[in-house]
Design a protein around this ligand. Sequence first.
Ligand code: NDP
Length: 454
Amino acid sequence: MTTLAEDIQAQIDRFNAGIQERNPAEYEFHQAVQEFTEMVMPYVLEHPKYRDGHILERMTEPDRIVIFRVCWENDEGSICCNRAWRVQFNNAIGPYKGGMRFHPSVTQSVLKFLGFEQVYKNALTGLPMGGAKGGSNFNPKGKSDREVMRFCQSLMTELSRHIGEDTDVPAGDIGVGAREISYLFGQYKRLQNRFTGVLTGKGVAFGGSLIRTEATGYGVVYFTKHMLARHHKTLANKTAIISGSGNVALYCAEKLVQEGAKVLTLSDSSGFIHDPDGIDQNKLAWVMTLKTERRGRISEYTEQYPTSTFYPGQRPWSVSADLAFPCATQNELAEGDAKLLVTNGIQLVAEGANMPCTMEAVRYMCEADLLLAPAKAANAGGVAVSGLEQSQNAQRLPWTREDVDHRLQDIMAHIHQQCVVYGEEKDGHIDYVRGANIAGFVKVADAMLAYGIA
Ligand code: NDP
């Protein structure tokens, strides 16, 4: 005689075996779907409309994937060839929306995982946005501005057929910042002879929104504040460890500092720096210039601030602190790291990056009843302000910094509240991972069912 829990687990295992068979060797995608189904399957089985509608099978199949060649000429006059994708995962609740990633590690599996996550993240924001993701295995590192420009123009020449302000609105992600978005948008405008909100993250002078640059990092901190507030705590005097030194990490650090917390670490793919005195606003300003203007390495921090230490090839999870913010990339925090965090007395982990914690690490932290903010809730501030940028573009009216920031704070509060609604346990503990997944699922699933069989 099997128990109910064993029955549910068997269904989850059967479902995920099917995912693996239909999507061979797409490990990141398997991981994202497995994490999702572990949270959502019990809810689906309790609700016949979802179970009988085979909604999970339908939701794990992208609407479509466009794959294309991107040829461009480097500064030496040689012809280079990259591969690019746009995964249009689900537009049940609005036009596709999600970033473009340029990094040599980009594969179809990575973009399917990111597109899948994006669907539920976008749903949580309460804005009418479907989910997509795209990118290329092109590596912008070490390339001249002109090379990046030629690559972006070539990529957009194909991508422009598949996107549009009411169809699919890409944005930035790893390796795609203000420079790349500008080249991409400029090429779209030339090709279509239309000035529309087809990309977000644009420069403020040409349709971008104030606060978009800061939004993901700020949003992570706003979400964290709500989590702490339920425990009658604030960020003041808390210590924080952060990975990454890109867009998300730096603005997460900035908001933490503004809230009175002490940031101890930052990292990049070559290692991490530990500054026991804290990375204050002035030091952060220096890092921002280093990273965005000089495109330098985080190790240079120790030359500027000699009381800090650089740890080559390592991640910052061994440093004792109250709060941890993985803000670099996927699977950067493994089970061993999670154990170390718990041993070191960490109180809260908020995922700034997408899927930065491995499945084993997530399970370990949930079982330890650690406060864990999953990416689809915690880092949704970026796409939320992208949604606000679309609204401003449609209205042809720019909003003030304060206006956008207030709306961002409201959206993060709304996301937090949905996590509480679906994630509160009998003892009052909030399982944010469960809450975020089910809240996002319900919204998208109900829309899909309303359309009939599609
Ligand atoms: P950036 O390119 O601005 O920065 C990425 C940072 O992560 C850099 O410090 C980079 O170091 C580091 N990094 C990248 N790959 C690796 C790796 N394999 N190992 C170790 N470090 C690595 O990207 P973002 O800050 O925009 O994005 C970071 C994460 O946040 C991603 O998961 C992204 O999907 C997610 N995200 C971003 C949003 C946004 O608005 N930008 C919105 C929501 C989520 P190096 O320079 O050495 O490569």
